[in-house]
Design a protein around this ligand. Structure first.
Ligand code: PRX
Length: 634
């Protein structure tokens, strides 16, 4: 950290927007827009008008069967029609829709017209392989145009996509494929990462042995490695071969606003991942209009969101949001620090990126390498910067603001979740900013901070973050688990409000500061990992009898795993076993499960009913009083 940034740590200055930002902004009066959003149904209905509907809705919001809300009831539309096909009739036809760049400096551009043709051909292939409206198609792909094409091809014909982040591994894949009952999996030979190719297909080969519903594996030839086809049953096909000569016209499926668009799995406080289900109409309206508000998208923008498409940020703001607004979305495949920690800024300079959206963990990581990397590049094209995934600490905020934004670009710190589908709490570009605060709920959104009885807590005091009115891109249920949907999100706090699972506080200006999760979920470099999920992987190892996992603070990743392990007789937690357990975790969960520390213990604090009391482990770790221990086992 440089000297002057540390001074700014105690800085409580409010950062006003640069005049160039205000001049350009679609929405110039933040407070007035929030006022307008108070009539939330009218507000979102207005936004829905920017899209093509084959049939208009009869009702904006149906609340008759809470918490199963419906938006744009009986409206008929299609996501791919709105994100791609309708642009073909406009002057965006030959504009670049997807700009793919990788760490080797290779690029590929697809115009809206080209994307439209590729999506149609892929949709026809899916139909030929037996996919019909409502069927689930899984994707386990790196950041590559084929991933976007496949998602849009599903949406075109009404198939439900389930994208699995390519950093997850066999165990996670098996669970997700089986839960969604996917019929097809689309994968690739591998992905480029730090000068190497990481193979993906062998992971799929291993996983599908345990996935009876998978009928076909489609393989994208993405890298320059040899693909080992293990085609015993004729169920494995190359993507390129399949689309060769395929018709580039495909009929658009008329979808009900409430028809499912995708399932995306995320971690919760039990070992079983949650299949978050998003539908068509509300999601479309929500993601596009929030991107328009928060990043003030204009014609000519070059939008770059660095998130992987395998997470919600990638779904909403790499793929759907930007295409629905007819902008150019940059897809980058590679690490932020390879071949050197200036690679992102070199891309900003080379292509003239205007709006840039990333995670605090990436900023903290790049900050370590100093200012000299960004200083080498001309970053004047940048207008607005953003963050998502975890609290942005003031040091990182200031570094980003000064060194990347050159004190001209506002930093849009966006709070939202896989479940919310879209930004819910975030500033607009004209909003006065306080480093570390997500400011206020967006227009059309009502949120509060309450105690366990649903009563608002006094200003400055921490409490549970709740959302008080439905919003269009909200998830509709947990796939195969309605009960969990009701209990986890809608029953925790009285009053029929949505419980986010985060703690937060409000300051005297009504600005919201997110404090972190209130449940047993870790946030490792902006990735959600359930402690129970990690524990169950540990105990699946033959040397481990019992495991308890908590988060341990980490300067770069925010949080990493600290594991307390009871080993089976005859085992010692020596260097060899530590290595082996790390490998085991990586194999089952993938590199997202970052281990900070493992310790061997004889006993774990448990309730009399046998539940591990992680709260006590955490308190001990942080040198705090463990609080009420009356339920602790003798
Ligand atoms: O704890 C909050 C944190 O990330 C959680 C949601 O994780 P996920 O569903 O994986 O989605 C991440 C990307 C939308 C939240 O419950 N979180 C997300 N954004 C922020 C945040 N914490 C603080 N500030 C944010 N801007």
């Amino acid at each position: 950290m440089s000297k002057d940034t540390s001074v700014l740590l105690e800085e409580d200055r409010v950062f006003k927007p640069h005049y160039t930002i205000v001049e350009e902004a679609h929405i110039k009066n933040w407070e007035a827009e929030i006022e307008k959003g108070k009539d939330h149904e009218k507000y979102w209905e207005e936004k829905a008008r920017m899209f093509d509907w084959f049939k208009k809705w009869d009702m904006v919001l149906d609340e008759s069967n809470k918490p199963f809300y419906k938006w744009f009831v009986n409206g008929k539309t299609n996501m791919t029609h709105n994100a791609v096909d309708r642009w073909i009739e406009t002057d965006k036809r030959n504009q670049v829709a997807i700009l793919y760049v990788n760490e080797r400096g290779e690029e590929r551009k697809l115009t809206y017209y080209e994307l439209h043709r590729e999506v149609n051909r892929t949709a026809n292939v899916l139909k030929r392989l037996g996919i019909r409206k409502g069927d689930a198609v899984a994707m386990y792909l790196p950041m590559c145009p084929e991933l976007v094409i496949s998602m849009l091809a599903c949406a075109k014909i009404g198939a439900v996509h389930s994208v699995i982040y390519s950093g997850l591994s066999v165990g996670a894949l098996v669970e997700r494929l089986n839960d969604a009952k996917a019929k097809i999996i689309i994968t690739a030979d591998g992905t480029y990462r730090r000068g190497k190719v990481i193979k993906l297909k062998p992971i799929v080969d291993e996983a599908i042995l345990q996935c009876p519903t998978i009928e076909t594996t489609v393989v994208v030839k993405h890298t320059d490695i040899e693909i080992e086809m293990s085609d015993i049953s004729g169920r494995e096909m190359l993507f390129d071969k399949l689309i060769e000569g395929e018709d580039d016209e495909c009929e658009t499926e008329e979808m009900d606003a409430e028809d499912p668009l995708f399932i995306l799995y995320t971690s919760g406080s039990t070992g079983k991942p949650k299949g978050v289900l998003h539908t068509t109409g509300g999601y479309m309206v929500g993601v596009a209009s929030t991107l328009q508000m928060t990043f003030d998208i204009h014609n000519g923008d070059l939008w770059w969101c660095t998130a992987d498409i395998g997470w919600i940020t990638g779904h909403s703001y790499v793929v759907y949001g930007p295409l629905l607004l007819g902008t150019t979305t940059l897809l980058y495949e590679g690490a932020p620090d390879y071949p050197d920690p200036g690679v992102w800024w070199s891309i900003v300079e080379r292509y003239g990126v205007t709006k840039f959206y990333t995670a605090p963990t990436a900023i903290r990581h790049l900050m370590r390498f100093g200012d000299k990397h960004p200083r080498k590049y001309n970053l004047k094209s940048l207008k607005i910067l953003g963050t998502v995934g975890e609290p942005t600490n003031p040091e990182a905020w200031i570094w980003y603001y000064k060194n990347i934004g050159r004190e001209r670009c506002p930093i849009i710190d966006t709070w939202w979740q896989t479940e919310t589908g879209m930004h819910l709490i975030a500033p607009l570009p004209v909003t006065p900013l306080k480093p570390g605060s997500v400011t206020k709920p967006l227009p059309g959104i009502e949120a509060d901070i309450v105690d366990e009885n649903g009563k608002p807590v006094p200003l400055g005091k921490g409490g549970f973050l709740v959302i008080k009115k439905p919003w269009p891109a909200m998830f509709r249920t947990l796939f195969n688990d309605e009960e969990r949907y009701i209990n986890v999100y809608w029953k925790q706090i009285p009053g029929g409000v949505y419980t986010a699972g985060d703690m937060a506080r409000k300051d005297e200006d009504g600005y919201i500061w997110i404090q972190g999760r209130s449940d047993d979920v870790l946030n490792i470099a902006g990735h959600r990992i359930g402690t129970a999920e990690v524990e169950s992987v540990f105990v699946a190892h033959p040397a481990v009898a019992e495991a308890a996992v908590i988060g341990k603070e980490d300067p770069i990743k925010g949080e990493v795993i600290k594991a307390f392990l009871i080993l089976k007789k005859g085992h010692q937690l020596n260097a060899a076993l530590i290595e082996e357990l790390k490998r085991h975790l990586r194999h089952e969960l993938g590199p997202v499960a970052v281990i900070g520390e493992m310790v061997q213990v004889e006993q774990l604090p448990k309730t009399r009913s046998g539940k591990i009391m992680r709260r006590i482990l955490r308190a001990r770790e942080e040198g705090r009083d463990p609080g009420d221990t009356s339920t602790l086992e003798e």
